[in-house]
Ligand binder design. Structure first.
Ligand code: ATP
Length: 349
């Protein structure tokens, strides 16, 4: 008998709770050894002060084994805490086409790779300010290409660390070994030697400890091109934070859109799961958001909880609905609403 896990569900903001609500209906059918802790959606939190909201969410996140997270526009708290508070350093974003996914590419059949995005460093460390302060502190190298108007400019710092890069590189190597062994790394190595060149060098060093891993490297602009013209050559793609954020949306676009792309953020002793997409504010309240990304994120969560068979069942049911093709949401060319799609998955289960 499998032990019961506690899962905190954060529905999120704008259209995200619509995807979550439909997904939870599907998950209800799976008879899971899970105790769910359902948090309020962002719109129901507006009367709370920010500090109370933060405190409430932190306590409930801390009490759970893992979290299924809808997207947040900042109203629903928790994302920053789960990332930097719980040090979830590896954001895993599978990009896998399935029959029925409305890819804009002519031959999407062999797209099946995973982006591992470093999740804590790079330009997301939040060090920003006036360029004048850099100049005044003597931090602007006179050989740099600082424009003349820099005294009226801003900067954002890009921080890459050896320990941060090593830990995500090890994670990516382990993942590559579970797949084909091929690990691709990419950054702007030619223009940013101090950070990006170094990132790739550290990753290469780490791969020396993994003889089964085949290492390759491309400059990130070339990588963007490859994601469109040669996506079938990729297996595990490791990227620094910012490029990972941008290129995973590009990857999602190649299989048929953001509504299809799940993700999981993993640390050493905590992980949480969320779709790759944002809150889709433009379709909020319309009941048409595609819950596939949320459901596939739940399947990733089940694997993390060692409920492998449940993950397989859920993924198979989703595959069947796409193969049938009659209950798809508008982003996939169908006219079904979110709940109708969920009904179809429940039917397939
Ligand atoms: P964030 O910055 O929070 O990641 P974003 O600016 O990337 O958000 P999204 O919320 O991801 O924006 O939405 C981008 C576009 O994709 C919008 O037009 C949105 O409606 C659409 N979209 C996103 N997710 C889905 C989904 N699950 N189903 C259908 N359309 C979606």
């Amino acid at each position: 008998m499998t032990a019961t896990s506690k899962v905190c569900v954060i529905p999120g903001d704008d259209a995200a709770p619509e995807a979550m609500q439909a997904s939870l209906r599907v998950l209800d059918c799976l008879e899971l050894p899970i105790e769910w802790d359902l948090m309020p959606a962002g719109k129901d939190l507006l009367n709370e002060g920010i500090a109370e909201r933060e405190k409430l969410f932190r306590e409930r996140i801390d009490a759970a084994d893992t979290v299924l997270f809808g997207a947040s526009n900042g109203t629903s708290p928790g994302a920053g805490y789960m990332r930097w508070g719980k040090l979830t350093f590896a954001n895993v974003r599978p990009i896998c086409w399935q029959p029925g996914f409305k890819s804009p590419l002519r031959e999407p059949e062999r797209i099946d790779y995973v982006i591992v995005r470093e999740n804590l460093e790079d330009m997301y460390v939040g060090i920003m300010g006036d360029a004048k302060d850099l100049l005044d502190a003597g931090l602007a190298d006179p050989r740099s290409r600082l424009p003349e108007g820099a005294t009226d400019g801003r900067f954002a710092a890009k921080i890459i660390t050896r320990p941060g890069t090593e830990q995500v590189a090890k994670f990516a190597c382990e993942l590559a070994l579970q797949r084909s062994g091929r690990l691709t790394v990419s950054a702007k190595t030619n223009m940013l030697p101090a950070t990006d060149r170094w990132f790739c060098e550290i990753v290469k060093e780490v791969t020396q400890d993994y003889p089964g891993v085949h290492f390759e490297e491309f400059i990130v602009d070339d990588m963007a091109h490859r994601l469109v013209v040669k996506p079938d050559e990729l297996d595990v793609l490791l990227l620094p934070n910012l490029y990972g954020d941008i290129l995973s949306d590009l990857g999602a676009g190649t299989i048929g859109g953001l509504g299809l792309a799940p993700s999981g953020c993993y640390g050493h002793d905590f992980a949480y799961f969320e779709s790759s997409h944002g809150t889709a504010p433009d379709i909020a309240g319309m009941g048409v958001i595609n819950p596939t990304a949320t459901l596939l994120s739940a399947a990733m969560m089940f694997r993390y909880l060692k409920l492998t068979e449940v993950a397989d069942r859920l993924e198979t049911a989703i595959t069947e609905v796409y193969l049938a093709g009659s209950d798809l949401t508008p982003d996939q060319g169908g006219d079904a609403d979110t709940e109708t799609f969920a009904d179809a998955v429940i039917g397939a289960l």
